[in-house]
Design a protein around this ligand. Sequence first.
Ligand code: ATP
Ligand code: MG
Length: 656
Amino acid sequence: MSSQIDHLLNETRRFAPSADFAAAANAHADLYDAAADREAFWAEQARNLHWHTPFTRTLDWSNPPFATWFEDGELNVAYNCLDRHVEAGLGDRVALLWEGEPGDERRVTYAELTDEVKRLANVLTELGIDAGDRVAIYLPMIPEAVAAMLAVARIGAIHSVVFGGFSADSLRSRIDDAGAKLVITSDGGYRKGKASPLKPAVDQALGDRGHGPQETVEHVLVVKRTGTEVNWEDGRDLWWHDLVPAASADHVAQPFPAENPLFILYTSGTTGKPKGILHTSGGYLTQAAFTNKVVHDLHPETDVYWCTADIGWITGHTYVTYGPLANGATQVIYEGTPDTPHPGRWWEIVAKYGVTILYTAPTAIRSFMKLGRSIPEQHDLSSLRLLGSVGEPINPEAWMWYRHVIGGDRTPIVDTWWQTETGAIMVSALPGVTETKPGSAQVPLPGIGLDVVDDQGQEVGNGNGGLLVLTEPWPSMLRGIWGDPDRFKETYWDKFADKGYYFAGDGARLDEDGDVWFLGRVDDVMNVSGHRLSTTEIESALVGNEAVAEAAVVGASDETTGQAVVAFCVIKESYMKANSLDGLVDTLRAWVGDQIGPIARPRDVYIVTELPKTRSGKIMRRLLRDVAEGREVGDTTTLADTMVMSTIKGQVTKKD
Ligand code: ATP
Ligand code: MG
């Protein structure tokens, strides 16, 4: 079977950077030339960090797929994110502009955050946590979450952050897999207008102590956030507010080898069972800081940066905690949901803090599109100067809406492709340099080797689609899957073992200029009468229709065509108010046929009120395929809302 994906959609809109933006931008076109010597380029970026012991070797790739970067160097990750800024006289700069969901606020300076992390590091050591030990962090988006990650890093231990929305079972399996010694949690956090408890899930996850590896947990350190009543196990459970403020704020950051493990993080689980991805210190921090600086065009003296990701995801690790703090940024952190207490909450926060850089996900943008532009229009968004997107392909219409309604047609947009495994951004426009194209993530960053190939690993060339591969090791690459080197090799390296390429699992196309367009996951590609069609292109055509806010497309087995296109669409509220939905299904089928050709016309279009998404907001197409083929729905444990599949099944059968 050929992996060539037929190229369907034709997007010709272009946006050149403004002269003003380009003049002040961190990125310059000569970065690409500078990266001609890849290793020298990354070594230069790494030297922007503080090394207790400078490295002399950059990359060791003699034992692929196991790479080491800056291997004989020593550094302390937390020192780089905190102490060095304070020592440079920036202690009074605000690091975190924290906004709780109920509207409470905290401003934490670099000096204060450093002090808190030093105290917590002393507490961790007193609790018997040594370098290499694992600490699970299960917290809402509060300043203590960032402090916890940094304190673990400071003593050379390994954190495993588990998203606070995960159940006791998910938490237990992650604690077990990592063999965590300590869990840091809170009584709860505020979500959707009320206190939502967290500690009971920890109690439940640790419930069957003595049965299985969760007996590795010796203590649970609990932050008081909501004041909710909690169960207490004496000897095991400890209050943060009893220990941390009382601990000494004297703590000298020790150097650790560049390849010291920094964290384990489980992937979103969009395609299957989450993988415990392992990242190390020096290479990871180098690429996190560099990409945050050039792709987000971060100017720490003047910008107010806001990445809306939860720290439970890789985006929260790299672009809330490590990248921005390594760069000395001032950033907003918001605890709650975007629509509490009103649907303009995010835009109110942008106006209140004067946010200049906003980094978020297509799922959020599409949900704002569904509600309509009148909501953001009630707020002053004129402080924004750069917008970013990550997590899924952004459909050209969503890109245009983001640029126009949120960015006032002023701001460059960077669509950034990367994965938990890559640790940091790999493909993106450089703001101030690249002429942007709605829907295309565009170009590999300087220092990144990337190609689009067929099943045999041959380049497809411009104008063609295929499989995205990374052809060269990069500093923030995963160093393995925790405890499972075989799965690491099988999943990412075996497919193109002879070439030594990393297989990303995403389909992509190179346009005539050589720019990259992501076409969706390879597992989701459809084969209709011998044509391989991309989910992204058909979904983008549907979202381009005035009625549609969101769409998911899958291939369902079909007697005549092998597979048939089946679409699930969520309709915009403004459209529903003004129009009847009669005949809309036929209109949408015809629309796709007109936009991209008869081969792509969906056999079925289902109007639904929601799509199944992971907790990080990504569409889970494999569950919709189960529905489209009339099967029992598969594993739903990583779904954000477990009821959504029965709702969709009801809406699908009603239409039959
Ligand atoms: P799992 O690997 O467990 O199925 P996941 O792939 O959803 O989960 P993440 O590492 O959070 O876990 O997501 C990375 C994936 O997200 C990429 O492989 C790609 O499919 C998608 N993605 C991220 N950013 C973009 C982007 N800008 N454009 C297109 N796709 C993107
Ligand atoms: Mg993945």
